[in-house]
Ligand binder design. Sequence first.
Ligand SMILES: Nc1ncnc2c1ncn2[C@@H]1O[C@H](C[S@+](CC[C@H]([NH3+])C(=O)[O-])CC(=O)[O-])[C@@H](O)[C@H]1O
Length: 322
Amino acid sequence: MIRTLDLDNLQQALAGTPLQDWAADLPAQLDAKLAVGHGDLERWGAAVNALPALVPQQIDLARRFFLDGACDEATRDALKSALQGLIPWRKGPFELFGVHVDTEWRSDWKWERVAPHLDLRGRRVLDVGCGNGYYQWRMLGAGADSVVGIDPNWLFFCQFLAMKRFLPDLPAWHLPLALEELPAKLEGFDTVFSMGVLYHRRSPIDHLFELKDCLRRGGELVLETLVVEGDAQQVLVPEDRYAQMRNVWFLPSVPALELWLRRAGFVDVRCVDVSYTSVEEQRSTEWMRYQSLPEFLDPADHSRTIEGLPAPARAVLIARKP
Ligand SMILES: Nc1ncnc2c1ncn2[C@@H]1O[C@H](C[S@+](CC[C@H]([NH3+])C(=O)[O-])CC(=O)[O-])[C@@H](O)[C@H]1O
């Protein structure tokens, strides 16, 4: 499976950049990771390998994730059943040759809140906690030069490989790595995204420093995370679960998050969006059959989680490394 990581092309894309040495070391690091792997990796790899060989004649990544081209009914059934082998699908939606992968999240809605505030044309991008890579494809659709995603989840890695099958020549790479597994002081990306990751970190300010270390001087950070209302000293730390999630640590107010970013050395810090997540944006579907946001909110009062905490609101902040 390592060959499907397409590391040769990644090395070529990063040749002559500050990321060149890192790219050269990746095959050995990833070989070691893949040797340990995950119990279900073989099954998910088989689902990826079962995807029919289809060549998209129509590609739209700018307005949605949409691929289409010649595909008969039997091939479409084979495509659907291979993609079903990678359930649960959380981030999307994906439209592939007439198959609509209706994911748990309307990630396209989040992208519509983020994208208008950025100019990704010609930029070398890192997406930290990229999930299945949905946003990586949309970043290419917005003109990014190359997009590297990192995420330690093996299922999401396989979901990315499924899409890459149909778009083998596009400059998007997904590495099954956690942020902590990147070398210190990479300082080579023009734009770094961290969306939906900060509240999972026990040391959120260290997370900001780690993101800053991935950026070149003058590079831009795009940070999206759960927030609460309040002033610059307001932060919620849940006693236990938050909207049924176990590993949620810090939910700052927007002014607190802006302060954290400034303390971490970012400049031009600005919040460009705050939105409550609706039960239309995150819900169970045929492609993600577990419980979802509608079950995680207080049934009598959707402004509260079932734990009695403020319902999920997410902010998008942009900041620059001086
Ligand atoms: N140490 C880590 N390093 C890198 N990734 C990690 C780490 N720990 C967890 N993750 C990954 O971070 C992602 C968080 S989801 C956001 C997905 C996308 N960005 C989104 O904005 O929809 C949360 C949400 O649903 O919002 C998961 O894919 C984890 O595997």
